[in-house]
Ligand binder design. Sequence first.
Ligand SMILES: [Zn+2]
Length: 378
Amino acid sequence: MGKKRKILIVMMDGFDPSYLQASDMPNTKGMIAGGFYKTVKAMMPTVTNVNNTGICTGTAAKVHGITANSYFDLATKQEQYMDKASMLLAPTIFERGKSVGMRSALLTAKAKTQTLLRAGADILLAAEKPQDAEGSDIDWVARLGPPPDIYSAEINHWLFKAVQIVLNETDTDITYYHTTDYPMHMEPATGEMSQFHLSEFDGLLGQSLNDHPDLEVYMTADHGMNFKSRCHDLNKIMPEKGCDIFFAMSAERDPYIKHHRTFGGTAYVFLNDAGDFNRAADIIRRLDGVDGVYDRYAAAGTFDLRPDRIGDMVVTGDIDTVFGPLENAGTEELAEGFRTHGSTHESTVPLIIHNREVNFDEWHDYAYNYNVTKPIGF
Ligand SMILES: [Zn+2]
């Protein structure tokens, strides 16, 4: 038996490379200098659940099955959150760890991650809902105080202190830390809250690197972040242009509406009739800011998605353009400072591996964020 390993997976939500460049993060940058670093691709749609599941399972959505933050139930014509463990089609790193005798902890800012990625994790904590924590006797609120609001930077720091308790006081082998991207939605890298958010995080990380010199760290992000200036509501636009559709859904739709009003850079469109495709595609291609219009199978092939879990049509926006439900007009100019993700333009993210040898002959095998856990070795 070798020495017991301690593995920390950091899923820094919305950690666009610009944040790494512009922030005071000496410990993170120290890991880069002494370890493995590459910018890699996040998966489309560049929303949290798709990529968080990818990172946690080491697979593309074609394999793990989580193709958006929501899905559209054709029978009830209702949008539903894609946040249940039963929807996963691939084992989590926690389940794989269990098969080699390892214990795991899933610590997340967002409650939706606890329900989605829980399979195989022994300790579960969502800072948003500490009352639903499972698997340990630790009274998180008594130890750390009540968690800050889900719409704050501080909630991620509170959560890292919980990570430190797991690392210092339990026999957990694998700890998965998932933050909220609220600070990234609110501010670009140079913003005051953003700088505070990441330098505090980095200080806490530094403490843990000191406390555990052998700590293996696998760090990446689910997507980047950009300013957006225009939103299209395809459910309004299409009938106005004489082409009714069954429904259009933003792949970004999740319960955290203060971040992004559910707007995102990819839309799944469900048609009334397959024969409407060309007519609908013609209309959508002519809209300002549309990058791509794909049929179900072309989209599945291009973006490694499952054709049975996306729309008849997949529409992607340019760097300025998002899709989602609007109150009044079919197209709205967004307030200055609105930031979100979901398109191909938010698909570059950092990947950092510390304290684990990566074979540089395999450089090209590290192309996607979900490759981050590859060298863990099971
Ligand atoms: Zn995210």
